[in-house]
Design a protein around this ligand. Sequence first.
Ligand SMILES: [Cu+2]
Length: 152
Amino acid sequence: MKFARLLLALLSTLLALPALAHHYTLGALHIGHPWSRAMPAATTSGTVYLKLNNRGPSADRLLAASTPRAASAELHQHLDDHGVMRMRAVPNGVELPPGRSIALAPGGLHIMLMGLTAPLKAGERFPLTLRFARAGKIEVEVKIEDGLMPTP
Ligand SMILES: [Cu+2]
């Protein structure tokens, strides 16, 4: 009886963990909290943010992203052009030096979704495939959030 209760407690902890932590590991790479900002229904584009931590001894590179939620996904960088924020594609991908953490965050690097197949509604999730030069491919879940910053 006591054992059964312990097992149940352990099981529920294990089941709760991925939902709470929401991060992924691919080889030496740690991918933290992929999220997207909710957008008005008429908006046809959106942005995805996440953290990348390269814990390995070799450099890697985020090359591309894709999702069934949008016609295309591009790696972008925000640039402050004399006080005007502009976006620019990052054609060679995002460099991930060994031992470093790189954040795709509002105002900086991001994944631009164009031609959304469905509006980005808060509370929903959608799959996103990330492709890296060294570590390969992984599918992660993107949480759609209401605020300007992700909830931990
Ligand atoms: Cu962009």
